[in-house]
Design a protein around this ligand. Structure first.
Ligand code: ADP
Ligand code: ZN
Length: 199
């Protein structure tokens, strides 16, 4: 971040594929806010119960206490009035109104930091992410490492053959892949989902 805002709110979006370090980066930023004695609250959707109901945990096992919420209403009900910094992990799983909520929080002077998958397993824009990226002041797009060839990876490749956009499972069901390995993987699978892509 180059310009540090003063006395105003703003929205930061951290995006990228699975394993790119989005949660680690979210935890890093929010930990620094704690050190600065700011009032921080972290949320994540209940759908992501891979690890812990009460903690936001990264693939490298770093964690921060967080509240798992079923939807935006529950998030609003859990919000403390004194909160200065709001973190949301896996924000792609929330419905569209999360964008207006983030905007409102920033308009009211809060810092909002959200992390989420920008693309689904077919490379399609994921849920509210395009609009969040559009209205954010700060965007960080991270990449993982392609497990097939070692190049930078900006896609999450689904190993399980299941057409649902939301398939929360173990890490073994997904892997980070570069563009080439992503395309060639689906091209050679038995029922390639590539024809579903909307570019
Ligand atoms: P995200 O929230 O983007 O899914 P995390 O912050 O939870 O990512 O995890 C990032 C960590 O995942 C890395 O620091 C590394 O330890 C681990 N990791 C596992 N597979 C990969 C990969 N293919 N590329 C990069 N990091 C990986
Ligand atoms: Zn590759």
């Amino acid at each position: 971040m180059i310009l540090q805002p003063r006395d105003v709110g703003w929205l930061e979006v951290i995006c990228g594929p699975m394993f790119s370090g989005k949660t680690e980066e979210l935890i890093r930023r929010l930990t620094r806010a704690y050190y600065a004695r700011q009032n921080v609250q972290i949320f994540k959707p209940k759908i992501d119960d891979r690890y812990d109901e009460t903690c936001v945990v990264s693939h490298s096992d770093r964690s921060l206490p967080g509240v798992a919420v079923a939807d935006l209403n529950q998030l609003k009900n859990s919000l403390e009035s004194q909160v200065e910094v709001i973190g949301i992990d896996e924000v792609q799983f929330f419905d569209g109104p999360i964008v207006e909520f983030c905007q409102q929080m920033a308009d009211e002077g809060r810092r909002v930091v959200v992390a989420g998958l920008d693309q689904d397993y077919l490379g399609r824009p994921f849920g509210p992410m395009p609009r969040l990226l559009c209205v954010a002041e700060y965007i960080t797009k991270l990449m993982a490492i392609c497990v097939q060839c070692g190049n930078p990876a900006h896609r999450s490749y689904r190993l399980a053959e299941d057409p649902q956009q939301v398939l929360v499972g173990t890490d073994e069901q997904y892997e980070a892949r570069c563009r080439r390995c992503f395309n060639s993987g689906y091209a050679s699978s038995e029922s390639p989902p590539a024809n579903e892509t909307n570019h």
